[in-house]
Design a protein around this ligand. Structure first.
Ligand SMILES: Nc1ncnc2c1ncn2[C@@H]1O[C@H](COP(=O)(O)OP(=O)(O)OP(=O)(O)O)[C@@H](O)[C@H]1O
Length: 363
């Protein structure tokens, strides 16, 4: 199983420009997580910090007991071997064939024989559907193939944590859907921790177990997917629905006067080109391709989320409870025990204290 990444009070600036501050979250082991955020909010900076390529000035990033922010170069080198990174553009060497690109980390970091390298490279290229393209150069293939080659390269050292920086950028919606399926299939096959940075709403709604969002130099939310998908935070609502109206502007944020003027304009019946549809809500999550093993993360995540269900907002709880099978409801009701108050999520008055999960939540 992959390992968890524990981020605590992380703050990063470049000179006088603060990118984000006090980011605290745990990327759960073996689960798939997505970090959303408008352009320029520092999502790539966050991924680069997690892998030790950038040094935040405050806070910690703990992986297997080592704090990447403060560890020695030697420790960082060792910890980095746990990571596989898919960079935004694939970051392939243009003059090398796909085979040599994928083989590169093995030749750099291991003493694997050429026979062993060939076996591993072909295995990873098969996983991402690139068999037969080994001799091609990056310039001779499509953007989607380059992404998949970048993913194969990220996999060759059998990483426990896979970081993907906008795996969908430059891909059409169909290729993006294939890549999303590939990431879920990969998680089913190797049980690695996966963190994806994206602005793609379809990816965010259908792929991850956990969802977070960076905005205005802060982490707005990070937790089970149902929390963000049902959030009433104006910034989340605007982002998920791709609207112009709301706190996010062209240059990241707007002042209150601009927001009020836009709302008045819309209330007066003027269209602003934004879609009317509200896409918030919990939709079914992608499942592995038939024939592959089930994702072990699913059961682990359910146990983890049901344990903290009582701390989540009511809409998120409703979404989580609605996704349980009758057997799971029985199981968690039994685990919750008779001592817990049998209050239904949807009957609790707004603002009322939140009891621990009781059998009533699962009725
Ligand atoms: N090495 C660097 N030196 C100085 N500033 C940097 C550096 N890397 C990133 N930045 C700045 O950090 C901010 C966040 O950049 P980042 O690429 O992380 O945003 P992002 O959320 O990934 O954006 P996008 O979605 O458009 O890719 C930007 O203002 C960028 O100019």
């Amino acid at each position: 199983m992959g390992v968890e990444v524990v981020v605590d009070g992380l703050t990063k600036s470049f000179g006088g420009q603060n990118i984000w501050r006090d980011v605290t979250l745990t990327v759960p082991a073996g689960e798939v997580s997505v970090m959303l955020g408008p352009s320029g909010t520092g999502k790539s900076v966050f991924l680069k910090s997690l892998v030790g390529l950038l040094k935040p000035e405050r806070g910690s990033i703990t992986v297997n007991g080592t704090d990447l922010v403060r560890c020695s170069e030697r420790e960082l080198y060792e910890i980095r071997k746990l990571f596989g990174v898919l960079f935004q553009d694939g970051a392939l060497f243009g003059s090398m064939t796909l085979f040599d690109n994928v083989a590169f980390p093995l030749r750099e970091h291991t003493r694997e024989s050429e026979t062993g390298i060939r076996r591993i490279v072909l295995e990873k290229m098969e996983m991402v559907g690139l068999v037969g393209a080994e001799r091609k150069l990056p310039g001779e293939i499509s953007g989607g193939m380059r992404k998949r080659a970048g993913l194969a390269r990220a996999l060759v050292l059998d990483p426990e944590i896979i970081l993907c920086d906008e795996p969908d950028s430059g891909l059409d919606p169909v290729r993006t859907a294939y890549l999303s399926q590939l990431l879920i299939d990969l998680n089913a096959q190797i049980d690695a921790t996966i963190l994806i940075v994206t602005h793609n709403i379809t990816v965010a709604r259908t792929v991850p177990d956990n969802l977070g969002m960076l905005f205005r130099r802060e982490l707005v939310v990070f937790g089970p997917r149902e929390v963000l998908l049902t959030s009433e935070e104006p910034v989340v609502e605007q982002f998920l629905n791709g609207r112009r109206n709301g706190p996010i502007g062209m240059s990241e944020e707007k002042d209150q006067a601009t927001i009020a003027a836009e709302l008045a304009h819309r209330a007066a019946g003027h269209a602003d080109g934004s879609p009317d549809e509200d896409v918030r809500g919990v939709v079914p999550q992608l499942e592995p391709t038939p024939g592959l093993p089930p994702r072990r993360a699913v059961r682990r995540r359910k146990d983890r989320v049901m344990d903290v269900l009582h701390t989540l907002p009511p809409r998120a709880r409703q979404g989580i409870v609605a996704s349980l099978t009758p057997q799971e409801r029985q199981r968690y009701a039994a685990l919750a025990g008779p001592a817990n108050p049998p209050t239904r999520v949807d009957e609790r008055p707004a603002g009322a204290p939140v009891p621990r999960t009781g059998p009533g939540d699962l009725a």
